[in-house]
Design a protein around this ligand. Sequence first.
Ligand SMILES: Cc1ncc(COP(=O)(O)O)c(C=O)c1O
Length: 389
Amino acid sequence: MGRPLFIEIPLTSLNNTNMPVPLLDLSRQHAPLQSAFKEVFNRVLESNGFVLGPDVKALEEEVAAYCDCSHAVGLSSGTDALLVALMAMGIGPGDEVLCPSFTFFGTAGSVARLGATPVWVDVLPDTYNIDLADAMDKVSERTKAIIPVHLFGQSAEMECIGAFAKKHGLRVLEDVAQAIGATYKGRKVGSFGDFGALSFYPTKNLGGFGDGGMLVTNDAELAEMAVWLRNHGMNPKYYHKYVGGNFRLDSIQAALLRVKFPYLDSYHEARSTHASYYIENLKGHSGIVCPRIIPQAKSVWNQFTIRVVDGKRDAFREHLMAKGIGADIYYPLGLHEQECFEGIGKGGESLTVTPMLAKEVISIPCFPEMTEEEREEVLKAIWEFGYPG
Ligand SMILES: Cc1ncc(COP(=O)(O)O)c(C=O)c1O
């Protein structure tokens, strides 16, 4: 009996042939660096110096230079970097701080923790970054600072933000947690404002092995204040000039981060290749909108976040999950609608883009070590959802 020329394969069994693709796989990034990690780990272990120390100092110098800044202060997390920056700027009760509602909690949490008022500013629907026109409407005589967040790795419009801040006498704290290495007009983000706050949380482009963060600045006085504040405002030992906290970075963390740091630009490049490929291959898909890259900016693509604009985002997410494609939602609720900010923030009533994005966005795999086959698999899964390819 001859073999059939054509076998009809039911769609369900085709689906099962999908190759799973994680949203992020750190083991691939760390595998080639294992022996270097172990070497520095042993070195720090044998030194018996575990808090701050020479590795933190060296990392500060390296990161400051990389971020086009003259100073850097290693800290316990990105959230603490934001908090210390606001403390160093003297932000407190009665002060208002303009910050986007569409961001991670830490951006505004730091404002509220100091008794200041976060003033919720909307974001732009195509870049997801702060909408300066809305900030202009909400600035008041109480406003002391603005926090532009370089969300998902792309710079906010720093030139206009700088001019606006200057006009109103505002401090600028850049939230660079997702954007170390990103540029605006060829200059690194973090170097435009009074401070740039970095995060070394493991999922960030320079991801550590636990929590860690850093402030970068070109202002020597602010840097000095941050150094005081990270160690209980103490100097000499047990004499406290300011009420600071324990915001110190561990030596082991800094030493391990220094092993990864030389590869950071190559990680950015790989992310950027994936992102460009997605943008090219999702063009013309009726249900999906890719982020807009402003011509002055070079994104480092901490996340590749698309909008599913036909109200099917949650079904789309379930579809990806069924195919084994990692995806997540950053963020499902604007900060102005978070329970903890009830009665604390201001200006949330006017926001329209933030609630819309919260219902539409979804981030898909874009990590440096993702293979071309995996990238195709992600695109295939998107097309299989029923959008024209
Ligand atoms: C935009 C943004 N701001 C602040 C933070 C806080 O950083 P960390 O997690 O290191 O405290 C994060 C990290 O999750 C972030 O994504």
